[in-house]
Ligand binder design. Sequence first.
Ligand code: 13P
Length: 255
Amino acid sequence: MARARRPFFCGNWKLHGSIAESLALATEVRNGVAALREVDVAVGPSFTALAAVAKRLEDGPVAVAAQDCFWEGKGAFTGEVSPAQIADAGCKYVIVGHSERRQLFGELDAAVNLKARAALGAGLLPIICVGETLAERDAGETIGRVQAQLDAALADLSDADLERIVIAYEPVWAIGTGRNATPAQAQEVHRFIRTRVGARAPGLAPRLRILYGGSVKPDNIQALMAEEDVDGGLVGGASLSAESFVRIVKEGSAA
Ligand code: 13P
């Protein structure tokens, strides 16, 4: 059966890689996915490697994602990087609201909204991350937490903006732990996200891409992708090896 949406896999390299290492990995990924047609692929290097990697991947099938952005366009904001600078470096996407930003750097729901809006304003496509902690899941608060994150992140986005977003469901307890959500657990939350966004923009719901992230590996991607509302993956650790990331893209897009 044909997929309702074109699958999308994005590597999030987090804090890894010199420029040379990032170029080598990006090149291997590009070569590995070159023959694939029915899938979108992106890689997410550190800020220092963004421009070089984007240049290397220019006009090819693999896009580049930044891992974060600030919401202001310019000014006295030491250490921050604007969406326009990220676009200028050659990026198509920017990840916003990753749970590591939320948990380790105190990023609040309102900041995620500002970042998503600024990214859209600069012509970037935001990959907006939501997901519950283990304590929230154990307390039965998964849907409530995801709903709150989603509603806050999407506040004041126009219908045209909503057309350009990607959502990533990343349960915090599954990130870097080797413990992925079961396909059924992922499907439940993905379906909820689609329904919730659909309440805002009904026509968009069938087209919205919702990625799963959290210990995605070559050996679990097929089962996840077999779920109706799982449209791809946001891949951390397994994207640091071209061999495993390319396998995820191939097996995930063929599932
Ligand atoms: P892992 O794939 O290493 O669990 O990381 C997931 C993630 O945080 C992607 O953004």
